[in-house]
Ligand binder design. Structure first.
Ligand SMILES: Cc1ncc(COP(=O)(O)O)c(C=O)c1O
Length: 348
């Protein structure tokens, strides 16, 4: 089956008389003893349906979490005391903050790299336990050579996790490129409607799956049943939404590259995330405060177009330009998106 068909059909009850087409929301903290579920921290049928579907799209076994950062914490928890994690200097700032916090408390060591500089990343992996890849990076939009980096990291004895939040399995399947683990903020494109938080990890390695499941059972970073049900409902249209949002993004990139006042357009050539650089913070703030359709908001991957000046967050790396606006292109009509943007961009 192709991805668009998988997205629609995976994680459904069997085609048998009286079965509902969708797995119902199971609100249960506990199950009658003697089966596999037992307790609500270990299992829930609404999670399982979402996990089956995302697992099929990424090509592995999926575990869902309360948020993307709960999934990040679960992976970093596997790193041994004082071991080295190689990570992009422009990864999502929440992931960087977790790494910095663990390093400050003497738990592990972090080596930050330019993830697009393959030779430098390979060199940094020499004594690493984990290579953290995010590609494209949020919000610098750098792209990693996942296959080459994964092979080199494995040779050095490191495991590889890829945060696939921006690309989604529609555009990039890191497990096929050799990665050990795929991570998602399902909050973003997978759920797709800016109405819930959830995270996910996917792997083909059964032993790794069981270790991660064990950590989730113990720590309890589990999603709610309603969130999982909603996320699966969103996932059904993922390929359609990504296709439309990407087409909109490509058209906007073409126009933004020719627009006076836009100093730089950062677009990796795929996906629906764009970063533009304007003259300074004040110019960028005038843009984000001057539109009626584009919503000034953090987060991304919803059906509606949103944008924000990333340096308004004090935790954002200072190597991100003050005037950088990260844009999450939605599925609206591209002409409406352009008219709204064009009117709010600087006139020179
Ligand atoms: C690339 C990336 N990874 C992880 C996360 C964290 O996910 P969550 O907000 O669901 O905890 C985010 C959130 O913005 C993100 O953009």
């Amino acid at each position: 089956m192709r991805p668009a068909t998988r997205a629609v059909h995976a994680g459904r009850p069997p085609h048998a008389a009286d079965q509902p087409l969708n797995v119902p929301i199971t609100m249960a903290s506990t199950y009658v003893a003697g089966g596999d579920r037992e307790y609500g921290r270990y299992a829930n049928p609404s999670w399982t349906a979402f996990e089956d579907a995302l697992g099929e799209l990424e090509g592995g076994r999926c575990l869902s979490f309360a948020s993307g950062l709960a999934a990040v914490a679960t992976v970093l928890d596997l790193v041994g005391l004082d071991q080295v994690v190689v990570a992009p200097r422009h990864a999502y700032n929440g992931s960087l903050m977790q790494l910095a916090d663990l390093e400050a408390r003497g738990r592990l060591r972090t080596r930050l790299v330019d993830i697009a500089d393959t030779a430098a990343v390979v060199e940094a992996c020499a004594d690493a336990a984990l290579l953290w890849i995010e590609s494209p990076t949020n919000p610098a939009m750098e792209v990693a050579d996942i296959a080459v980096l994964t092979e080199a990291a494995h040779e050095a004895g490191a495991q590889v996790v890829v945060d696939n939040t921006f690309a989604t399995p529609v555009l990039q399947q890191p497990l096929d490129l050799g990665a050990d683990l795929v991570l998602h903020s399902a909050t973003k494109y997978l759920a797709g409607h800016s109405d819930l938080l959830m995270g996910a990890l996917v792997t083909r390695d059964d032993a790794l799956h069981d270790v991660l499941k064990g950590r989730r059972d113990l720590v309890g970073g589990i999603p709610g049943a309603f969130e999982a049900w909603l996320a699966l409902r969103g996932l059904r249209t993922l390929p359609l939404r990504v296709e439309r949002a990407q087409a909109n993004a490509m058209e906007l990139v073409r126009r933004l590259e020719e627009r006076v006042g836009v100093k730089e357009v950062r677009y990796p050539g795929f996906g629906a995330m764009i970063s533009i650089v304007l003259a300074d913070a004040a110019t960028a703030d005038r843009l984000t405060g001057g539109t009626s359709l584009w919503v000034h908001a953090t987060s991304l991957g919803g059906v509606e177009s949103t944008f924000e000046r990333r340096r308004r967050w004090r935790s954002e790396p200072t190597t991100i330009p003050e005037g950088l606006v990260r844009m999450s292109v939605g599925i609206e009509d591209v002409e409406d998106l352009w008219e709204d943007l064009d009117a709010a961009l600087p006139s020179h």
